[in-house]
Every structure is written in structure tokens, then in C-alpha cells.
Design a protein around this ligand. Structure first.
Ligand code: GAR
Length: 219
């Protein structure tokens, strides 16, 4: 079966992109990273992609007056490459409803909280300050509202008494690197069925709605 053609969009470090690249390099993985695209020439992840022989492209949002023009360039490039799925991986630009609807059900995002809690920025700091005992990370299908859409996989991470935003971010990032490849695999296998705001997973032994701290062998 043909592999799902994936574009990963990054803005800086790109560690989640790296976890996707490594997963796709495994034998039999049903997706391939066709390109890594960044809005920022300085994004550290671009070097890793190039070293791994993945075509890279920079489309700098500052060169466009309107968001729509910036996104038009992105869509044109992704269409040329016949991309099936977009993975946002630390891509820090808001996308218009037009763009999201053009790629409906074909954009994934990873966010470092247990959505719908702590959307937006400074999430680790806000989670600690809130007094909640658990936070985590979420991979979801993108909808026009920021950090919103059907959840595919989540991992929960406890907040420890001496956590700083940095120490918490480090432990959450470890989980991000586990769940994003898993969500991509499920998408590439065609096992995600979207019913309104909910993503259901086909073929799971138990009738689960979404995965929490999942292990690959459980699905
Ligand atoms: C990750 O923690 C990701 O969840 C977050 O940015 C970081 C990017 O790191 N994304 C968001 O906050 C999106 N709302 P990376 O460049 O090393 O993957």
C-alpha cells in the first residue's frame, strides 16, 4: 500500500518533527515525511531534515502582507508535492479558517497540555500556577478555532511539587515524542473515524474513544 505523504510544519527546534522522521524510518511504517516546511529560516529543525535527506522549504510569513497570501503559497507547495496530511509540530502561526477547511481532517497538531485545558501560550507556567495535579499533551485534528478539534491521543503527566515550567516541559516533551508518531500511524492506517467533535479509533480491542497514555501494543 502507498505510504501517506506527510508535510511537517515547524517554526523552531523541531524535536517533534524529528520524532516523526524517526518513526517513519522504521520498516513498514505507513507514512513518509515528504517535506519539512518552516516559516522561519532560522528554525533549528531544518538542518536535521536536510541531514536526513528530506526536502525542506522556507516560506517566511513576513514576506506577505496578508495571512491568506502566505497560506496560498503553502497550499500551492503542498499540492505540488501531493501531500496527504499536514503535521503541525511547533508551528507557531495561526491558520485561517479557509486554510483549515481546505485541508479539512488532514491537519494534525500537537499541543503541550491536556486539551481543552490550557490552550494558547505559556501553558506549563499556567498549569503549575493553576494548582492542577496533572497536565500532559494532546494530538488532535485541527479545526479553525485555536488548539481545538477531535482528540486522537493524549498522555497525562503529573505536576511535581518542585516543578518549574522548564522541568515540566521536559517531561511533557518526552511524552509528545511518543504520542505524535502513534497518532500519525493511526491516521496513516485509516483507523481514525471522526464523528462530530470526537475521533474514534477503529480496530481497538476495547471500545475506546481516544487513547490515554497508550502503548503501541494496546492498539
Ligand atoms: C512543543 O512542545 C509543542 O507541543 C508546542 O511547541 C513545542 C515545539 O517543540 N506547540 C504548541 O505550543 C502549539 N500550540 P519542537 O519544535 O521541539 O517540536
Amino acid at each position: 500500500m502507498a505510504k501517506l505523504r506527510v508535510a511537517v510544519l515547524i517554526s523552531s527546534r523541531g524535536s517533534n518533527m524529528q520524532s516523526l522522521v524517526r518513526a517513519c524510518a522504521q520498516e513498514g511504517f505507513p507514512a513518509e515525511i515528504t517535506t519539512v516546511l518552516s516559516n522561519n529560516l532560522e528554525a533549528g529543525g531544518l538542518k536535521f531534515a536536510a541531514e536526513n535527506a528530506i526536502p525542506t522549504r522556507v516560506i517566511d510569513h513576513r514576506e506577505f502582507e496578508a495571512r491568506e497570501e502566505f497560506e496560498k503559497q503553502i497550499t500551492q507547495y503542498l499540492e505540488e508535492l501531493e501531500i496527504d496530511l499536514i503535521c503541525l509540530a511547533g508551528f507557531m502561526r495561526l491558520l485561517t479558517a479557509d486554510f483549515v477547511n481546505r485541508w479539512r481532517d488532514r491537519i494534525l497538531n500537537i499541543h503541550p497540555s491536556l486539551l481543552p485545558a490550557f490552550k494558547g501560550l505559556h501553558v506549563h507556567e499556567r498549569a503549575i500556577e493553576s494548582g492542577t495535579r496533572f497536565t500532559g499533551c494532546t494530538v488532535h485534528i485541527v479545526r479553525p478555532e485555536m488548539d481545538n478539534g477531535p482528540i486522537i491521543v493524549q498522555a497525562a503527566v503529573p505536576i511535581l511539587g518542585d516543578d518549574t515550567p522548564d522541568s515540566l516541559a521536559t517531561r511533557i516533551l518526552e511524552q509528545e515524542h511518543r504520542i505524535y508518531p502513534l497518532a500519525l500511524k493511526l491516521m496513516a492506517e485509516g483507523r481514525i473515524r471522526i464523528q462530530g467533535p470526537i475521533a474514534l479509533i477503529d480496530g481497538a480491542e476495547q471500545p475506546i474513544r481516544s487513547l490515554i497514555n497508550p502503548k503501541l501494543e494496546e492498539i
